[in-house]
Design a binder for this molecule. Sequence first.
Ligand code: NDP
Length: 290
Amino acid sequence: TYPPVSVIGLGMMGSALARTFLKEGHQTTVWNRTPGKADALMKQGAKVASTVNEAIAASPIVVICVLDYGALHEILEEAGELLVGRAIVNLTNGTPAQARRTAAWVTHRGAEYLDGGIMAVPQMIGTSGALVLYSGSEKVFQTYQPTLKGIGGVNYLGEDPGLAPLYDLALLSAMYGMFGGFFHAVAMIRSEQIKAETFTSLVVPWLQAMSGSLPLMAQAVDAENHQTDVSSLSINQTAFSNFIEVCGELGISNELMIPIQGLINRGVAEGYGADGLSRIVELIRNPVSV
Ligand code: NDP
């Protein structure tokens, strides 16, 4: 149950992963382009490989977490024959197409490929708060599930290696949308010298209450029926001019609001004024040619 693990890439995330494998009792071999970053891990019992090949040769499962796919390929290209028979678990952030291309590349060289999207910050690694989405080789996922569970919760999405990055980027898109809305709201409040912290005590329950409407919107999207008894795109269009006007009054940027207004306006212009806000999903899926 404790197979040796190699960790390639000892940035903030890779170091947290290696520390966790060590704590869990795995013989852990690490490699990083800049050698100094392995020092602390060595003191905690990690074996430090002096080459990528040494790291790959040390374990049946090789976890890679580097900056991007460019870095990942530079590393893997050094490995050659050593990849044969290994499980490559790539936790580097990328796109579905990058993951699919890399899976094909790795598989062609005789290794098996599992892609993972880490839904956590390094401080959460090894706790129940961390979730990692996986896709790609089910065999790798099943074989090494106990090892992977050391990192945090696991969610296997299917054999298509592009699924984990697709879900990862989609979840992060939702997060950035929420952060963007919050930043804009706080900028409004601060322009009247009100404390952000005081205001935020209202924002959190408000967003929690509003998130309750997401499953209904998802239902409308799946049913391709955006009829509403909540609020129509037309009424939102009318209200939205206030959101833009207030930016001028407060002397703040409207950069975050303009794209939302643009989508609402396009929906009304395309004849969907009576539909609910969930129609915006279809508008995003059918972009106007640019
Ligand atoms: P860091 O910037 O801390 O580390 C980047 C790592 O990539 C370093 O080990 C660096 O090596 C290595 N690297 C960069 N370029 C190359 C190269 N050309 N060849 C070899 N190694 C290279 O980033 P993180 O650890 O935070 O992030 C790593 C991955 O994890 C990213 O894909 C990120 O999106 C993902 N991630 C990070 C999260 C976080 O909260 N930090 C959350 C979820 C995912 P060197 O030390 O030599 O520079």
